[in-house]
Design a binder for this molecule. Sequence first.
Ligand SMILES: [Zn+2]
Length: 261
Amino acid sequence: MLSALKKLLPNKVKIFIKSVLKKKKSVSFLPSENLSECLCCGSNSLSETPVLWDSLISEWELSAAEAKYINHQQGFACQRCKARLRGMTLAYAIMRMNSYQGLFKDFVKTPWMRKKKILEINRADWLTQYFNQVPGHLLCTFPEVDIQNLPYAEATFDIVVHSDTLEHVPDPLQAMRECQRVLRRKGFCAFTVPVVIDRLTRLRAGLPPSFHGTENQTSEDYLVHTEFGADVWKLAFQAGFAEVRVFSLEYPAGLAFVFIK
Ligand SMILES: [Zn+2]
């Protein structure tokens, strides 16, 4: 029936229909806009739940405005695929590395992505379900694998990904050195970390212990060693990378970093 209909349509009409369908598929976001659909799966069922609690806000010494954007980064999420703003931002950064405009679920099926060797260190938000579509994807998790001492040969991967891991690691510079080591030349490490943009990075050593996760969670995995600030980019050059890119899906809540080897 459909093929009979197709035969009846003049070519001009077919081209018009194709262009309309194509337009609908291509999604592009301007960083100044509020997201109205999930950048990963396309669902427009998005909602926000505040995740910070009072004692964490005071340990972190966040102003009301800072607490608001950190809450947005961690608590704004897709109801369908569960990606949070930070996950969407990470996906956005990786797509932009290939000038792709669209959804992450489609991007992982592109030839460019399918031939990449990808190391995902600790689940990067809810993106594992998408990275799993890439044949060369490898997920490693703590404590079996420690980002500060990766059990892989140098120049093994094209892309290394992590999300909100670096602040929990005793030595983030060593962690980024390891990411740099296992990357091939021109490969890149894409990651997120909570950044308070109007201050400099501070170490929590000597301060009362502070934990991310949920209130009353005091497992070592959630202990915060470093509170990152505007100088987070320095890690790239200290770790031997050649270039830094910062991507903003929503400023300042949705920032992702890409360090290129
Ligand atoms: Zn989604």
